[in-house]
Design a protein around this ligand. Structure first.
Ligand SMILES: [Ca+2]
Length: 274
């Protein structure tokens, strides 16, 4: 399916139409669907599986306000069949640094790489002004820095703009610093209230983004080389909930919203040898 959806009304119809199917199908893929190449269903309560997930720690990027902690259930745990990433308002002091918020950023770096195929994440987002959850990929080769490594934003959400979901890519030719980034903002009334399925179909000649089965954005390989298309290299997955920062904090942080949680039901990946 690769339907073009434009505007709130069209998407609401598309999503409503699919939700009747996805309620049961989300957790149970059709029998004729092959088993994923790699998946984490988050079924075992406790710490996230260290075979699948590592952590970014400290202040990492974008002048965000949260301190990312490691191996701390208050910020990252598996419970009720979900990965739960919690952003909390609490004083934190570590590595000689101080923060007013803690959260977690889980990464598959060094554990699982992605290149070509289908990646699917079912998640329920946190909400409120100042929150900035993301489901995204970065190229594993950081030797030339960002954005040469490539960035694929399967989902970004900023709490001050509560009815929008953002799908973007960043490359040396197309990135937000140069204001040339390519992407799509989709209006969804229930963006943070309901479960949604975010999927990426990754081919050598295009990236296709899907929201609850509806195509929302396609980025094509222009064939001009790595400045426009660094997406022939492996990437790793990041799941994080940021607080504040250049975008998430553009309208300040509402301290009454905490704690806020992103729930991830599963991550499934069907690798394609293309
Ligand atoms: Ca699950």
């Amino acid at each position: 399916m690769n339907q073009i959806v434009s505007g709130w009304a069209a998407l609401s119809v598309a999503v409503a139409g699919l939700s009747a199917l996805s309620g049961a199908a989300a957790a149970d893929p059709p029998a004729d669907r092959p088993a994923p190449t790699w998946a984490d269903e988050f079924e075992a309560p406790g710490a996230p599986d260290p075979a699948n997930w590592g952590y970014e720690t400290g202040f990492v990027r974008n002048k965000e306000a949260q301190f990312y902690t490691r191996d701390r259930p208050e910020n990252a745990a598996v419970a009720g069949g979900h990965l739960v990433i919690t952003a909390a308002r609490e004083p934190w002091r570590e590595q000689g640094k101080e923060a007013a918020y803690t959260s977690a950023s889980l990464v598959t770096r060094g554990r699982q790489e992605f290149r070509y195929g289908r990646l699917e994440v079912r998640a329920k987002l946190p909400e409120g002004r100042g929150i900035w959850p993301a489901i995204w990929l970065l190229g594993t080769d950081k030797s030339k820095g960002w954005p040469a490594c490539g960035e694929i934003d399967l989902m970004e959400y900023v709490g001050f703009d509560p009815h929008s979901l953002h799908f973007n890519i960043h490359t040396p030719a197309y990135n937000h610093v140069k204001k040339t980034n390519k992407g799509r903002k989709v209006m969804v009334q229930d963006a943070a209230h309901d479960w949604h399925i975010y999927a990426l179909e990754w081919h050598p000649d295009r990236l296709e983004f899907f929201l609850d089965g509806a195509g929302v954005f396609t980025f094509k390989n222009e064939g001009t080389g790595p400045a426009a298309w660094p997406f022939d290299k492996p990437h790793y997955l990041l799941l994080n909930v940021a607080v504040g920062g250049g975008w998430g904090g553009a309208k300040g942080i509402d301290d009454t919203i905490f704690p806020q949680r992103m729930l991830v039901d599963y991550v499934r990946y069907w690798e394609a040898k293309e």
